[in-house]
Design a protein around this ligand. Structure first.
Ligand SMILES: Nc1ncnc2c1ncn2[C@@H]1O[C@H](COP(=O)(O)OP(=O)(O)O)[C@@H](O)[C@H]1O
Ligand SMILES: [Mg+2]
Length: 323
């Protein structure tokens, strides 16, 4: 169980710094790298983390070998996307050893990353691409296993929803889990399919105006209405705008590019953050303790969705964009 990658809803692209000579030697020889290796700063758990080798134009994610199955799944899905002419990044998966311990590396071509800049053209590109991605996911054979794994995951969550009283789960989160149980269940009853499931700021990279969606590991076991992905984009890319006027413009452009009919956005926003709270609960049950700001991010988002319910309904009622 992996905790969310970013502490804020709007993070900056990662920064790098050189690694020690020992680490350079160990990783360099294990993976056959030649140039100087740099690591994303603030990642301490050697050798896990993200690296780049600028001289070779490589970006490398080093993980535990236990992540092989999800990484391999993501790789297969990304191959299907590329076959359907949808932009995706296809890494090379390699198993390797350091100090006799096995690890997994996914090696990609390195590119200069820029995240969403608030531009209407960019959000339209994301809406359009996401529609194509959902189409591929809907008809993919990979979704058979996704559905089974999702049902298993749901059983674990149902237990948490019944009694979210683990000592590491903040009381405020426990209360919200009880209060919004029915809202979450209601959205689960809608038609579902494999979705991306983790459309955060860091998982959509922009090359000029074109969106490139990365990080499909969550699709491995996320079988939900597409509206959950849409709500996630709206929560993170639109509602974080400077004002509601700007947020409305972004939302309308995103939804019109996706071509979605009216849906109960407030409920989906709540369910999306509710799901993130459940993931944090699972992290607690696995014996870890997420930092307070992780909980707050989603607690605030649930409250915001509730506060904005009337306004959201009004924006969506104005669905002239579908003509
Ligand atoms: N090919 C790449 N080149 C440069 N940076 C990348 C590349 N792929 C990913 N990144 C950077 O690494 C970050 C995390 O990558 P991601 O695949 O989302 O890993 P995680 O599963 O840990 O979230 C991205 O937000 C992006 O900034
Ligand atoms: Mg990511």
């Amino acid at each position: 169980m992996k905790a969310p990658a970013f502490l804020s809803l709007k993070p900056e692209p990662p920064k790098y710094s050189p690694i020690s000579t020992n680490h350079q030697e160990a990783l360099g020889s294990a993976l056959g790298l030649e140039g100087s290796i740099e690591k994303v700063i603030n990642q301490t758990n050697w050798p896990l983390g993200f690296y780049r080798v600028q001289s070779q134009g490589l970006f490398i994610k080093v993980m535990l070998l236990s992540q092989f199955e999800t990484e391999n799944f993501a790789h297969q899905l990304e191959s299907e996307l590329i076959s359907a002419k949808i932009p995706a990044q296809l890494g090379l998966i390699r198993e390797f050893f350091i100090s006799e311990k096995p690890y997994l590396a996914v090696i990609y071509p390195y590119f200069k990353v820029s995240f969403f800049n608030g531009d209407v053209v960019q959000i339209r590109s994301l809406g359009w691409i996401l529609k194509q991605i959902h189409r591929v996911m809907h008809s993919s054979n990979l979704s058979v296993s996704t559905k089974t794994l999702w049902q298993e995951r749901l059983l674990v969550w149902q237990k948490i929803m019944q009694s979210p009283d683990h000592p590491s789960i903040p009381i405020e989160a426990q209360n919200l889990i009880v209060r919004y149980k029915d809202t979450f269940k209601k959205t689960l009853q809608q038609p579902a399919q494999m979705i991306h499931g983790d459309l955060n700021f860091g998982n959509v990279i922009f090359m000029d105006e074109n969106a490139l969606v990365i990080d499909y590991e969550n699709s491995y076991n996320t079988y939900l209405p597409v509206a959950v992905d849409l709500a996630m984009v709206i929560e993170r890319f639109c509602l974080t705008a400077k004002s509601l006027v700007v947020a409305e413009q972004l939302m309308i452009n995103f939804l019109s590019a996706y071509q979605i009919k009216r849906f109960d956005l407030a409920d989906y926003l709540i369910s999306t953050s509710y799901r993130s709270l459940l993931i944090l609960c699972q992290v607690c049950e696995a014996g870890h303790k997420p930092v307070a700001s992780e909980w707050q991010k989603f607690i605030k988002s649930i409250k915001q969705a509730e506060d904005l319910r009337g306004w959201l309904n009004q924006v969506l009622r104005n669905d002239v964009w579908l003509d």
